[in-house]
Write a protein that binds this ligand. Structure first.
Ligand SMILES: Cc1cc2nc3c(=O)[nH]c(=O)nc-3n(C[C@H](O)[C@H](O)[C@H](O)COP(=O)(O)OP(=O)(O)OC[C@H]3O[C@@H](n4cnc5c(N)ncnc54)[C@H](O)[C@@H]3O)c2cc1C
Length: 451
């Protein structure tokens, strides 16, 4: 029997996609820069069917790439070397919310928005938010340890994870979903699979911690004449703004692009070099929040939004950066983090090193000012993508940073893993990979550099 026929046996013929038009959306990544090919996209509906698909692939040693919403930005979820695509989107059950524990178990194909809605309906909230919320899935977010705008308050995905269910390469199912806050019974498999980018197991469900829904959140945008002053103000905001929920850095060119390309309303009549978008839970006491924002040294213009509509309007300026930049053509997405003490210098140095490596390219910078995370987007790089990547990642390493803040390594960055990890760490990664996936069938071209 052929591979495709065996896969049809495992999940049913209608859930094995081979028509090139239908498959196209699964083999091309969100940026459109990476397109691969696959013998089939397989869409199991249960954990048992996932195990059956793995058994088929292991039997013929054909590698597979797990895929959720395909919003990943490091080319880790698309079949660049002819892998089978294992789409988890049909495993989409959420809930019910465990009201006593404040937790929910969600299947891996549920979207972030679905988890947020389930939490909200039960009077809770989920601590992660990012603008790809309608498509990004629980499995993808766990596999990449996704961050987003509320890391400053609630931590990244690993901090929300209290249990996991996953299918390992040998077809065995590891399930540990009780969600006990105290549970020191050996290796933390959930923590290990979190951030493993589909290389150690296929996540089929996650037990997620919920948080109290924010009471009267208020947002403000503060404008500054230069990046260094905005970064210094971000440090002050972390001290002086109570119950901070988000702290985002925007620059003039990005705000102008979002306004010009997408018609999003400019926040102020005048242009400014840099902006901080600050959001906090005020519990109704807006005056203290507004006072803290007004008190940020160097703030030359401030807008405070306390009603949902104005808050949404301020967030649109931030949320639609990726979309506006994508309109300019192919985008190199280089999400990095540096220590906060050097964030301002790093942001200022970026355009110069990119220009040196890829003359004529443009560098767009925005990100999470509270945790040193800069989303470096490069457009107009022509055939100099490798050189621009090398320049940005090397600059990051020189500043003592991480070459991946929250998107993972994928295929895009694996050549540069050594900039953030020692040879001994990479050797330990390889030992784990060999132990859990001896045949190398799970996403073999992601995360680890070729030996
Ligand atoms: C507009 C936009 C904004 C974004 N903002 C943020 C942000 O603020 N913070 C952030 O962290 N990310 C952000 N991202 C990146 C992306 O949304 C996250 O990486 C997200 O976690 C990917 O989820 P996904 O379901 O789309 O995964 P995919 O793209 O489908 O896959 C991502 C990786 O996870 C693996 N994988 C997927 N599902 C499973 C599974 N069930 N089991 C094992 N491995 C699996 C894949 O093999 C791949 O390596 C953004 C993306 C876009 C397009």
């Amino acid at each position: 029997m052929s591979l495709v026929d065996e896969l049809r046996d495992a999940v049913g013929g209608e859930h094995v996609l081979t028509d090139p038009d239908v498959v196209a959306g699964y083999v091309t990544d969100w940026t459109g820069r990476y397109a691969g090919h696959t013998p089939a996209v397989v869409r199991p509906a249960t954990t048992g069917e996932v195990a059956a698909v793995l058994a088929v692939c292991r039997g013929v040693r054909h590698p597979l790439v797990p895929q959720g919403g395909n919003t990943g930005l490091v080319a880790g979820g698309v079949p660049l070397a002819g892998e089978v695509v294992l789409s988890l989107r049909r495993l989409a059950t959420v809930g019910p919310v465990d009201l006593a524990a404040g937790q929910v178990t969600a299947a891996s194909g549920a979207s972030l928005a679905e988890v947020q809605r389930a939490a909200s309906a039960a009077g809770w909230a989920y601590g992660i938010d990012l603008s790809a919320r309608d498509s990004a899935t629980v499995g993808g977010m766990v596999a990449t340890n996704a961050g987003g705008v509320h890391v400053i308050r609630h931590g990244h995905t690993r901090a929300q994870l209290t249990g996991i269910e996953a299918v390992l390469a040998d077809g065995s199912v590891v399930r540990h979903l009780a969600g006990l806050d105290k549970d020191n019974t050996g290796y933390d498999l959930a923590g290990l699979l979190c951030g493993s980018e589909g290389t150690l197991g296929v996540i089929t469900a996650a037990r997620l911690r919920l948080v109290a829904a924010p009471v009267a959140p208020v947002a403000a945008l503060a404008a500054f004449d230069d990046v260094a002053t905005a970064v210094a103000a971000a440090a002050t905001a972390r001290r002086s703004v109570a119950s901070l929920q988000a702290l985002e850095l925007l620059l003039d060119d990005g705000v102008e692009l979002v306004a010009g390309e997408l018609g999003v309303r400019r926040p102020f009549a005048a242009r400014h070099a840099a902006y901080l978008l600050v959001e906090a839970e005020t519990g109704g006491s807006i005056a203290a929040f507004a006072g803290a924002i007004d008190g940020l040294a160097g703030a030359v213009d401030v807008a405070v939004a306390d009603d949902p509509e104005r808050r949404r309007a301020l967030w649109l300026v931030r949320d639609r950066h990726a979309e506006a930049i994508a309109l300019l053509g192919p985008v190199l997405k280089l999400d990095v983090a540096v220590p906060l003490s050097v964030l301002g210098d790093f942001v200022d140095a970026l355009p110069g090193v990119v220009e040196g490596a890829a003359p004529g390219a443009r560098t767009w910078r925005f990100g999470h000012a509270g945790d040193g995370n800069v989303h470096v987007n490069v457009t107009g790089f022509g055939d100099r993508a490798e050189a621009a990547t090398e320049a940005v990642l090397s600059l990051t390493a020189q500043h003592g940073g991480s070459i991946s803040a929250e998107h993972g390594i994928g295929t895009l960055k694996r050549r540069w893993l050594h900039l953030s990890r020692t040879p001994e760490e990479i050797a330990a990664f390889r030992s784990l990979k060999r132990a859990l996936d001896p045949d190398g069938i799970l996403n073999p071209n992601a995360l680890l550099p070729p030996e």
